[in-house]
Design a binder for this molecule. Structure first.
Ligand code: PBG
Length: 340
């Protein structure tokens, strides 16, 4: 069709009667025909909760992002909600790390207490919680070790306990990010058995072993003490495997599936979107954010334009939910109208 049209046109008119540029002439016209419209409704904001009191410290590797103790979470969440953001994704940290990450499932843990604080100050915010062990284990891996390797099934048991503790504290959506096999099914059945059939699961379904998590590991103190995460996170070369992983997590009962990172895996986002109808999230990770921030700090990039372009790309690839450190700021930018 496309070729026939162009052929017909070039036969009668040297330049061509069909000129896509006509619709790019006016800002209003461009907005009318824009295919992807970014909305604040799509943005989910990650926040870091740490033990202690009176803590509100900017994270060196994530400019503009803070580590906060529970007593500072209420006010911060209120601001996020006031910006029009619908949900937050909480990351915690242990006061005392241990081999099995005991504190991760403690009712007095930072995340568990923060959930209550947020629900009290901003009941309209949807609270998602990251479910993992890496910020709680003394070895920094996402599961329980058997010698130098991860014991998948023992890890799944611990991960499910963490998820239950979040649900008990009032989390609306639990989000396992450990990449152990079978954890979504285990979490679903334990949640149901404990009376939390309404608590949803957002599975980090296709989570890659990425260099772009670097700044996050500083933020949550979760860098592995030895080795790396290639034994459980996905190989960057694989896209078909992502469809397999997503399919498994949906079969096990995931309500939302996620691809992570987002920008460097837009093809995977698009393929998952094409194959599955389930709600899809994509996580614009710490390194993707920090790279643009660093470029902007040097005057090499226009942060607002670059960030909105990146977020639009993730939406265009097919993500319903975009997890981003820019969420509150982007909400303000979107209020001002599009850049172009
Ligand atoms: C923990 C976890 C990580 C991220 C989210 N959950 C780090 C990792 O797997 O090493 C990365 C988030 C980011 O980089 O923004 N399992």
């Amino acid at each position: 069709m496309r070729e026939r049209l162009i052929g017909a046109v070039t036969a009668t008119d040297e330049v061509g009667a069909i000129r896509p540029r006509r619709l790019r002439r006016l800002a209003g016209l461009r907005r009318l025909v824009r295919e992807t419209r970014l909305s604040v409704d799509q943005l989910l904001y990650p926040m870091f909760v740490v033990p202690g009191e009176g803590v509100e410290t900017e994270i060196g590797s994530l400019p503009g992002q803070m580590q906060r103790s529970v007593d500072r979470m209420g006010a911060a969440a209120r601001e996020v909600a006031a910006a029009g953001i619908q949900g937050v994704l909480l990351f915690g940290q242990a006061a005392v790390k241990s081999p099995e990450g005991d504190e991760a499932s403690s009712a007095d843990g930072a995340v568990q207490r923060a959930i209550g604080e947020i629900k009290e100050t901003s009941p309209e915010l949807v609270v998602f919680t990251d479910v993992c062990l890496c910020a709680y284990t003394d070895h920094g891996h996402c599961g329980v070790l058997d010698g130098q390797s991860i014991d998948n099934d023992a890890s799944v048991e611990r991960i499910a306990e963490v998820a239950i503790s979040h649900a008990q504290a009032g989390a609306d959506v639990v989000a396992p990010s450990d990449m152990m096999d079978g954890r979504v099914g285990a979490i679903r059945s334990m949640l149901d058995a404990e009376g939390f059939s309404e608590t949803a699961i957002m599975a980090y379904a296709a989570k890659y072993a990425s260099a772009f998590y670097g700044p996050f590991r500083e933020a949550s103190g979760s860098a592995p003490a030895f080795g790396d995460r290639r034994g459980y996170q996905m190989d960057p070369g694989n896209a078909r495997e992502a469809l397999w992983e997503v399919g498994l997590d949906l079969e096990e009962g995931a309500d939302i599936v996620m691809v992570k990172p987002a920008l460097t895996y837009l093809d995977v986002v698009a393929r998952v979107r094409a194959e599955y109808d389930a709600p899809l999230a994509a996580y614009l990770v710490s390194g993707e954010y920090a790279a643009i921030k660093a470029g902007a700090a040097r005057g090499w990039l226009d942060e607002r334009a670059a960030a909105l372009e990146a977020l639009t790309a993730v939406a265009r690839a097919g993500a319903d939910i975009i997890i981003t450190y820019w969420a509150p700021e982007a909400a303000g930018w979107l209020d001002e109208g599009p850049t172009h």
